[in-house]
Design a protein around this ligand. Structure first.
Ligand SMILES: [Zn+2]
Length: 324
């Protein structure tokens, strides 16, 4: 055998807006990649046909073959690779693994997108070589993954790692899940936008800069807040500082619960404002249990928006590669 570094696996990151496909080597390097917009309204079979086209283009470009494909998909999966529900795609009960295996005639393994991104950071990104780590991705929503003792926690019904839905304020802001007061309902991108719009509505004078940047109160987004903060706007600065405190409150709970050696912070909100990492770290060192922070490091994610597709390929390598 020519060495395991020669064996390539495919990764697919299937989200609500795009299908990202890559052929990846054992070191996590992308050998070929393809991206298309997702058209979930056309139904699973049409999207699967798009995935197949992306995969075939990747393999054709690289002039390589592979026997295994990993998929990270936005939604809740059972352990048979059936997508039970995806709010992003609007699908229920799609047997994604079986359909893809039939269409491509290779072995397919499926996980949710955030857990795939966690695997990407763990195997090839900021978490390489660490067997106890937590990834927290703060984008529009907040998701995470927990690696404990060298295994990604799955839980009883395969939903472990939904760190964005821990309660940080009892009876607090309404979340997109059934609960109130979740971390995501304060520090997710959608919630930062909501909080900013409310703050501007309550004090139009203070919100002038945010409205000018966005064009309209309702257009104010987390990115608007970040931009205005960089421009020195006091209201935006205040919103960013509040967001850091909410994030830190959630992270204290995560550190106390899982005692990781490494916390990896990623996602658009964090990557837009790296000071969140240092502020979260400051609060965590003060407020988490001292025994839980002794060996702790807190770092920024390394793979950016490629973590999902690289992690999906690593999933194929971890789960199928060994068996093949
Ligand atoms: Zn929630």
């Amino acid at each position: 055998m020519a060495g395991s570094s020669e064996v390539l696996t495919l990764g697919v990151d299937l989200g609500g807006t795009k299908i990202e496909t890559a052929l990846v080597d054992a070191a996590g390097r992308i050998v070929a990649s393809q991206r298309r917009p997702t058209q979930p309204e056309k139904g699973p079979d049409a999207v699967i046909a798009d995935i197949v086209a992306c995969v075939e283009t990747c393999l054709g470009e690289a002039g390589k073959a592979t026997q295994s494909l990993g998929v990270g998909v936005a939604g809740q999966l059972d352990r048979t690779g059936t997508l039970r529900f995806s709010p992003n795609l609007g699908w229920r009960n799609v047997s994604l693994k079986v359909k893809l295996e039939d269409a491509l005639d290779i072995l397919v393994v499926i996980d949710n997108d955030v857990r795939a991104a966690t695997r990407g950071e763990w195997r090839h990104g900021a978490g390489q070589g660490v067997n106890d780590l937590v990834c927290l991705f703060v984008g529009t929503g907040i998701g995470g993954g927990v690696v404990s003792g060298g295994r990604i926690l799955e839980g009883c019904s395969n939903t472990a790692g939904e760190l964005g839905h821990m309660t940080i304020v009892a009876d607090g802001r309404r979340c997109h899940c059934p609960n109130r007061g979740c971390l995501e309902a304060y520090a997710g991108g959608w919630a930062i936008a909501e909080r900013a719009q409310e703050a501007v509505g309550a004090d139009l004078q203070a919100g002038q800069r945010l409205v000018a940047l966005a064009g309209d109160i309702k257009q104010i987004s987390a990115a608007t807040v970040s931009q205005a903060c960089s421009d020195g706007d006091p209201l935006a600065r205040h919103l960013v500082e509040e967001t850091a405190q909410y994030l830190a409150a959630g992270v204290v709970g995560i550190i106390n619960a899982f005692n990781p050696c490494l916390l990896v912070l990623g996602g658009g909100v964090i990557q837009g404002r790296p000071e969140y990492v240092s502020e979260v770290e400051r609060v965590v060192r003060e407020n988490a249990l001292q025994a839980a922070v002794q060996g702790l490091r807190i770092v920024m994610a390394a793979l950016g928006d490629k973590a999902g597709v690289i992690g999906a390929a690593a999933l194929a390598r971890d789960k199928i590669g060994k068996a093949a």
